[in-house]
Design a binder for this molecule. Structure first.
Ligand code: BMA
Length: 311
């Protein structure tokens, strides 16, 4: 394909469509992780009444998925927590951390506006609320897979109540996953495919060259937003220090399933799984706010691309 880079689309894309869940209008922007002998994931389902839900899925190969028809119920001991769990949770990320999995999402509820919620699970059956961790307004919250400098660490993007003009990625830390602060600016929009907004994508990948942060960049055109995928390398100990950042995109809406859908022209990355032996990266991205797609690449080639095509 003319504009394909070191990331190659899986030829069987889209790998998951609304057919996977009886009540789904669409299924997209979802997260997968290695689990047991296969994979587990948390999937964004927009229902036929256009509310957002999170659903669990399991897979043996990371490509063919069985999605639970029932939504995830997040339980909480906090009497002030919303009964039944988050309202309109969307764009989940899943971080393997210290033997459990931390799910983060954006709550889109009318009152407090978009903000980041988090829950923990060990089995993808029971989910317990941690807290609304970064409160309002905020989108694209994702937690690092280990402590950095002795603290839990996260990427997030401050916003406003609507389709925000804010598009800057920040770094924050926490002693306990509940209380977050010490915010550091990482970067914001910068011309071309990422000139409108930026936002964190998958859980950052630790490499010898720094944290590989795959992110989305938005271009604002006369007929709407275009969401593409890029990557940066962040300093391992001070991740707000940007070592390299792609000037060229890694993936851009091109295929009909990325160009056409409920929201056209969207490639929105939410998860990346690395095979430690082969160094193959499986990147899961939502296409056109309608389906889940897969692109693959080699981790070393990705790092090389980021370094060679940096600002
Ligand atoms: C963002 C989020 C994503 C969505 C994207 C494109 O603001 O709502 O869930 O994929 O817009 O519509």
């Amino acid at each position: 394909m003319a504009n394909e880079t070191v990331l190659k689309r899986y030829e069987g894309n889209p790998i998951i469509t609304a057919e996977a869940v009886p009540t789904a209008n669409t299924i997209f922007n979802s997260a997968a992780v290695p689990f047991g002998k296969g994979y587990a994931g948390v999937f964004r389902v927009d229902t036929t009444n256009l509310e957002c839900e999170m659903h669990v899925g399991f897979s043996e190969d990371g490509i063919h998925w069985k999605i639970d028809p029932e939504k995830i119920v997040v339980v909480s001991d906090d009497p002030d927590a919303v009964p039944g769990g988050p309202v309109n949770p969307y764009d989940p990320r899943v971080t393997p951390l210290e033997g459990e999995f931390i799910v983060t999402w954006c709550n889109y509820c009318a009152g407090p506006g978009p903000h980041i919620g988090a829950a923990r699970t060990v089995d993808f059956k029971a989910f317990t609320l941690i807290a609304d961790i970064i409160f309002p307004y905020n989108r694209n919250g994702v937690i690092f897979p280990r402590k950095v400098g002795g603290k839990y660490a996260a990427l997030h993007r401050p916003s406003d109540t609507g389709h925000t003009p804010y598009g800057d990625i920040f770094y924050a830390t926490s002693p306990d996953l509940v209380h977050w602060g010490n915010h550091h600016y990482i970067f914001g929009p910068r011309g071309g495919w990422q000139g409108g907004k930026t936002g964190a994508g998958p859980v950052p990948i630790e490499t010898g060259e720094g944290w590989l942060m795959i992110y989305h960049g938005v271009r604002i055109t006369c007929s709407g937003y275009v969401y593409a995928v890029g990557a940066a390398l962040l300093d391992l100990e001070k991740p707000w220090k940007v070592l390299y950042r792609t000037k060229r995109y890694l993936l851009h809406p091109t295929e009909p399933y990325e160009r056409c859908g409920d929201v056209p022209n969207v490639c929105f990355p939410c998860a990346a799984i690395v095979d430690a032996k082969t160094r193959e990266v499986m990147l899961y991205y939502g296409a056109a706010d309608t389906t889940v797609c897969l692109a693959t690449g080699n981790l070393d080639e990705l790092i090389d691309f980021v370094k060679k095509n940096s600002f």
